[in-house]
Write a protein that binds this ligand. Sequence first.
Ligand code: SF4
Ligand code: SF4
Length: 487
Amino acid sequence: MSDLVKLTIEGHEVEAPAGTSILEAAKLVGILIPHYCYHPALPVAGSCRMCLVEVEKSPKPQPACATPITPGMVVRVASDVARAARRAVLEFLLINHPLDCPICDQAGECELQDYTHEEGRAAGRYADYPKRYNPVEDFGPDVLYVPNRCILCTRCVRFMENVAQEPTLNVSERGDRARIGVFPGAALDHPWAGNVVDLCPVGSLLSKDFLNKARVWDLDKTASVCGGCTQGCNITLETRDNAVVRVKPRPNMAVNRWFICDEGRLGYAWLNRADRIEAPLVREGGRLVPVEWEVALARAAELVGAGDGPAVGLVSPGASCEALEAAARVLAARGEGSAGAFRVRQGPERPLAGVPDLALRAERAPNVAGALAAGFGRDWDAAVARARAAGLVLVLDESLAGLAEPVTDGALLYIGTVLPETARGAVVILPCTNVAEEEGSFVNLRGLRQRYAQARTPPGMARPAAWILDAILAALPARAARAGGRA
Ligand code: SF4
Ligand code: SF4
């Protein structure tokens, strides 16, 4: 273990490992020193000078990101000298920065706005700004560049070079003409490229997907886990008027650091689908009829308790652990021989080269480990073949659209968010919530079970699948319910 160094920052005694920067040591006592070019995921550049602080016995203010702590050091963050230095940097940056906040997507989460407000730079001495580039450049599939707003912190350049390890961006030109450029023939189309938009401290790099969609202060933010693959990246679901409009990474050093891939970032449209099942449906005289939950659950329990041979479960590895465990209990309650399987959509693995053990994984579902732990197998084709002749088939949240024909000649109990054509022959159809509309957990590929929270109101009468399956179990005759693990 490295030696600990004692110092004083803004009157607080701090102890941190030797080699720690003043900026990181200050975080330990709850002081955030303003900064632009510094980011803990990137090599230190020390170029923006926004983190200047006063260090006793030092003739000039020092950059906190690039100055390691030393024993007995006394650092002042809010002194007149330190503030004057940072205000001068802000005035310098604002010479070249257009004040187009009212039409900028970054307004409300812009570090130039925040620090200007915090440091008290009320006005500059320049009447106009001289930068006059084309307003917008197309950098890649989801990234736009607005050069006039760029403060040349080079976070985006260093991310592509050191983290994605695919140098795509550079600082083109020099002096007051400097701007970010794309190498000839290259495009910002790396599968993790969208992270440059998060890293940009101002509104210079923008997401095309989010462009002009919402003011950020109108967004509600909910902690969630990405459903895109088995990595289990931590995310924030951002909603407006009950619709998910943006997905952002939520830092977790053990899983995804500060990043998410573009597939996870942009693959949220299905959470807002409008063609949802909104009421429980039961088959009466050849027709599907909407009914109250009590009626539907009683009918579902009747099907499960009927005892005409083992049941087959076809489940989704996108369902929560709670739902999958409850589905396993319902199958057990049906009796011996009942079992289930799942299938996983596959895709190419896309690592983020500079971060160990972080990749868009080949298995594009969040809860493969959870499905296996609940007792479901990967023998999907065999399960589908058995389903044809089974007395009861339980489908949980698994789209049947890929199957050319109805899944069974027996009774189908379908729990899902939408109703594919091939499930229209079901006896009971129960509407469940999607990951944005419920609480639950997924187990990622390293065995880490992670909780997600509810971000939007479910449509109509939809309920979490875990609640539905437990309610079916509760409605079963006592003996069958005991077999399913309910006392
Ligand atoms: S585009 Fe953004 S991240 Fe890149 S150098 Fe400019 S301000 Fe920094
Ligand atoms: S790597 Fe997987 S879990 Fe992470 S953001 Fe991408 S799709 Fe989602």
